[in-house]
Design a protein around this ligand. Structure first.
Ligand SMILES: Cc1cc2nc3c(=O)[nH]c(=O)nc-3n(C[C@H](O)[C@H](O)[C@H](O)COP(=O)(O)OP(=O)(O)OC[C@H]3O[C@@H](n4cnc5c(N)ncnc54)[C@H](O)[C@@H]3O)c2cc1C
Ligand code: SF4
Length: 463
């Protein structure tokens, strides 16, 4: 399998990001993917190491080693090397329902575990994955698949993020009748309303929803299942319920903002921006256009807020990071930048992060409009929009109470199980494991589907 000398013959070549000053002017994809002969060479770099840690997917001392989905990476790299996209696709879809999402936003635990990376640069697993699934979509290989044997059981999934979509996809192909209920106007969860278009184009999310709809999954949007009457009806009418409502409860921003206008949480800000890009509408509120923006926090969410503010035409943007810079340096002492910091530096000439800083007080004008932010170190920054990207405290209480399931920070289940305190109600994704990643949400959704299937049928043939 693989080309034993490929890693010696070919350099690692990643998908290139568009120049920062060009891409901040639009909401289009950050990357220019490499295709054709060069992509096949990248597959050929996978070198038959014999110990594919990349697909191990284990947790060791709190760290994730290898792909949580156990993607069959060496197999599909081998097929990619031969240009056999059909076979590569079949092996990829065996373990991953949505490679078009992970191939864009996954942090690629596989590459951190790649044997080739021990001495040289790892294989471009993440980009290869994207290439296989995009080739398939663009060449008519992603056709609806139908199951011959209907089970006669019906399942409702509450929440349409990657966890809910993975449960739905698995159970639908197993032959159960699947309905997905979503409170927002569009399905997709954070894929649709959180991660901005340049990282994950909304057309990519809707393309998958449309395929799943063609395959028989029913999506019902605009229904809030935290309404006790709705929860009672769903619980009574369906053989099984799977709660995949995410970890929506934001962590406090750490300063009193009562009565101050111009302060919001990241999801409120990104939701409005997503609506704006999807519907091609004029600026929705909150909006950063012409404003001095301060983002509290670091990580994916904070970066997405910085990048969104730049695209909306903010006057300035800074990021307040509580811990010191030394906590973020890589082993060679360099401070890594992601796409958003790279963009902010290109536009304003410096990295937007201010380390070791947190907000002490907010200053407003006579109408309660925010005008500046003072930090605990005494620095004062002009600010008309303050966005809290301080993480998530867990799932919302209202939906758990409506369904009568026990929770603490997230919904309670037995260890390694997805069944809640109410026997026919299950849970998966961030609502179960806490704020996490798309790849973990898909893995949770697949594992929960196995348990739901066993509950409904007495056995399961889902892998
Ligand atoms: C801004 C941001 C950027 C991120 N970037 C990345 C990234 O680059 N890479 C990565 O791997 N991960 C990223 N993540 C994390 C990732 O998006 C989440 O871990 C993942 O989406 C969790 O999936 P989920 O299905 O469990 O929940 P969600 O995606 O949160 O979906 C939950 C769904 O349930 C719905 N819902 C909630 N309550 C109800 C109700 N009462 N009735 C009906 N529907 C309800 C919600 O509207 C939502 O659609 C990011 C997260 C954020 C917030
Ligand atoms: S899902 Fe993530 S960890 Fe798994 S193979 Fe793809 S990029 Fe790697």
């Amino acid at each position: 399998m693989g080309k034993p000398t490929g890693f010696l013959e070919y350099e690692r070549v990643e998908n290139r990001r568009r120049p920062p000053l060009e891409r901040v002017r639009d909401w289009e994809d950050l990357y220019l993917p490499i295709e054709g002969e060069e992509r096949l060479k990248q597959g050929a770099r996978c070198m038959n190491c014999g110990i594919p840690f990349c697909q191990a997917g284990v947790q060791f001392e709190g760290k994730q080693l290898g792909c949580p989905l156990h993607n069959l990476i060496p197999e599909w790299n081998d097929m990619l090397m031969d240009g056999n996209y059909a076979h590569a696709l079949a092996r990829l879809l065996k373990t991953n329902n949505f490679p078009e999402f992970t191939g864009r936003v996954c942090p690629a635990f596989c590459e951190q575990a790649c044997t080739c990376g021990l001495y040289d640069a790892p294989i471009t697993v993440h980009d290869n994955e994207r290439s296989i699934i995009e080739f398939a979509f663009q060449n008519g290989m992603m056709k609806p698949r139908f199951t011959q044997n209907a089970s006669g059981k019906n399942v409702v999934i509450v929440g349409s993020g990657p966890a809910g979509l993975a449960v739905a996809d698995q159970l639908n192909h197993r032959g159960h009748c699947v309905t997905v209920v979503e409170k927002h106007a569009r399905p997709g969860g954070i894929l649709t309303y959180g991660i901005p278009n340049m990282k994950l184009p909304k057309s990519v999310v809707m393309r998958r929803i449309s395929l799943m709809t063609d395959e028989g999954v029913s999506f019902v949007t605009g229904v809030d299942a935290s309404d006790p009457a709705v929860a009672r009806r769903l619980s009574a009418e369906y053989d099984a319920v799977v709660l995949c409502c995410g970890a929506e409860e934001p962590r406090n921003i750490g300063v009193n903002s009562d009565g101050v206008s111009g302060v919001c949480y990241a999801m409120e800000y990104l939701h409005a921006a997503s609506e704006q890009t999807m519907a091609d509408q004029p600026a929705a509120q909150p909006d950063a256009s012409g404003k001095n923006v301060v983002i509290i926090g670091t990580g994916n969410t904070a970066s997405d807020c910085v990048a969104t503010a730049l695209r909306q035409g903010c006057r300035s943007v800074i990021q307040l990071v509580r811990r010191g810079m030394e906590d973020y340096l890589d082993p060679s002492g360099v401070l890594p930048q992601d796409y958003a910091q790279e963009e902010a530096e290109s536009v304003f000439g410096e990295d937007p992060r201010k380390f070791g800083q947190s907000v002490a007080s907010l200053q407003t004008d006579e109408n309660g409009k925010l005008v500046s932010v003072t930090t605990k170190n005494g620095d004062c920054y002009p600010c008309e929009l303050l966005v809290g990207a301080t993480g998530f405290a867990g799932c919302r209480a209202d939906v758990c109470e409506a369904f009568g399931v026990e929770r603490d920070r997230t919904v309670k289940t037995g260890k390694g199980s997805y069944q809640t305190s109410v026997p026919h109600i299950f849970t998966a994704g961030d609502m179960h494991r806490g704020q996490s990643l798309v790849v973990h949400a898909i893995a949770e959704g697949r594992a929960a589907a196995v348990e739901v299937d066993r509950f409904l049928m007495g056995y399961t043939n889902l892998l």
